[in-house]
Ligand binder design. Sequence first.
Ligand code: FAD
Length: 457
Amino acid sequence: KAVVHWFKTDLRLHDNRSLQKAQELARDNNVPLIGLYILSPEDFTAHCVSPARVDFILRTLQRLQRDLGELDIPLYMEMQEKRKAIPNRVVALCQTWEAHHLFGNIEYEVDELRRDAKLVRLCSGKGIAFNLSHDTCVVPPWLVELAAGAANPDYLEASEEPGSNPRDTRQSFADLFDCKVPTPPGNKTLTEEAKKKFEKLYPAGEHEGLQRLENFLEEKGKQYEKNRNLTSGDGTSVLSPYLAAGSLSARTAVITAKQANKNCLDRNDSSLATWISEVAWRDFYKHVLAHWPFICMNKCFKPEHTNIEWEYDEAKFEAWCEGKTGFPIVDAAMRQLRGSAWMHNRSRMVVSSFLSKDLLIDWRRGERYFMENLIDGDFASNHGGWGFGSNERFDPEEEYIRHWVPELRDIKGKAIHDPYERGAGAQAEKKGYPRPIVEHGASRERALAQFKKALQS
Ligand code: FAD
């Protein structure tokens, strides 16, 4: 007999609602607790999970297995090619282990809800109690009214206390399986060079996530309000990979920040309150997803946007992907994505606005490209960032461009922003930097006219 906790996007021991419940039950009944994780290459492909994110998940699993092992909790991992096979496989494993209790945290995406609904049915037929918990948001969906179009940081007042960490089970079940972290599917494998780079940039595991949180709150967090929009600096926490994999709990992040800020949530008064309000956007977009699940089906949040007549210029889309548009800020940002699998929030706004409002290319292509490349790819936040639309000003920072666009590195002063118009064209051309692929003013007008037409039709 055993109790099973099924890990998904909650790859941590600390402050994990479902894991905590599973452990309490296992302890009360003196039966082993087993951790389960199932990877599906088909799922990775269907959800456009980037190779960098797959690598980060696998590295996180390695740390998780070690951490669980220290508490004598075994982690069973396996690969299931077909994602539809997962519910049956979970039930079969529970039967093998004679587990009558299965625990898991809820994922709000439609495919995941359908999978879990199927599992509820299968479990009830086999005498297995499947217990699902709200965990990923600071405040679970449906507990608060959704303010129209904006995250409301005040609702974080409603946030619950973090859960406790699982304690040593002292049951010596860690040797139950000889289980290794699976290797990544072929289409999601990184080059050795990229793997090393990402290991250094984003070391995996919950200890790293918690340490980053602590460092951020002690240092950069105090200057967040001032520095958060500087693309060239490192004014933000870069905790998004950890929050997306669930190796850091958003609840812990917010509660720790609130404590460090003496419970102040007034954004006029403190930088950390601003940071907490940013984390609230993560909750907000997950709430939007939970309330309007059709957004998972490639549909626009605003139905009138369905009427926009997008252009399908492959060459322009390629130039955008490769960071060769001739717009230095756009190119720097897109190369940051390629080079580091992450992009500053401000840059995400600039390039998304550029794709849809300058190139008039369907924002869903950009949304997909982001998922295929980001280490922190999260459906709800990504869809929210793209779908809600942004109109970002172009006031790039020289250092950012110098770092990511080496062709322009030697151009002095403001000319780096627009070399072909500001007298540095010959220098840019010599280094092979492209001319702008569109004329900014004219393309904006054309796009605005298109958007207006769509709204009127
Ligand atoms: P910090 O500024 O330190 O903020 C802390 C945390 O708050 C972040 O880690 C994140 O979890 C949350 N957060 C901050 N800003 C936002 C926001 N605008 N929306 C939602 N959550 C936010 N974020 C993702 O995690 N995954 C994505 O796939 C993603 N795609 C995006 C696409 C577009 C077009 C845009 C405009 C934004 C997207 N974001 C996404 C939101 C945001 O850009 C990142 O969360 C942020 O840049 C991560 O950096 P950080 O951890 O240093 O953030």
